[in-house]
Design a protein around this ligand. Sequence first.
Ligand code: C2G
Length: 139
Amino acid sequence: MRTIITYGTFDLFHIGHLNLLKRARSYGDRLIVGLSTDEFNLTMKNKVTAIPYPDRKEILEGLRCVDLIIPESSWEQKKDDVQHLQVSTFVMGDDWVGKFDFLKEHCEVVYLPRTQDISTTEIKRHIEKGNQGQLRAVA
Ligand code: C2G
């Protein structure tokens, strides 16, 4: 059983999130997501989530490619998570490239190219500007 893990906020769920999760899942047989809690976002990531943790969790649980959700409540939990969940591969988008290389002594570490032209911030900005046109992820 090859267990994969990734972490994130996944606020205002969009195609970039889905692409990442589907590609992460393809590295193994089960995908675990460390979902950032509202408090962790607020205190450590300086992010105010639009969608509360319980709803973000339920959205991810509805995806075929996600097998388990655990709360992400600290920057320091990854090594313990990788060890006690017997993770084979840790996957993140490449905006984080290099930031988690310390995990390489415990599992494979993979950084995947982000999906272009879409992000939670861009969605919020798009709506604030009155929704002119559409947000398109480059295929
Ligand atoms: N992502 C992507 N393409 C996008 C937007 C996001 O591939 N257009 C990826 C990010 O690189 C990340 C995942 O989707 O791997 C979740 O993105 P966020 O919810 O923005 O998560 P982030 O704030 O990067 O938190 O400890 C790690 C942090 O919790 C990651």
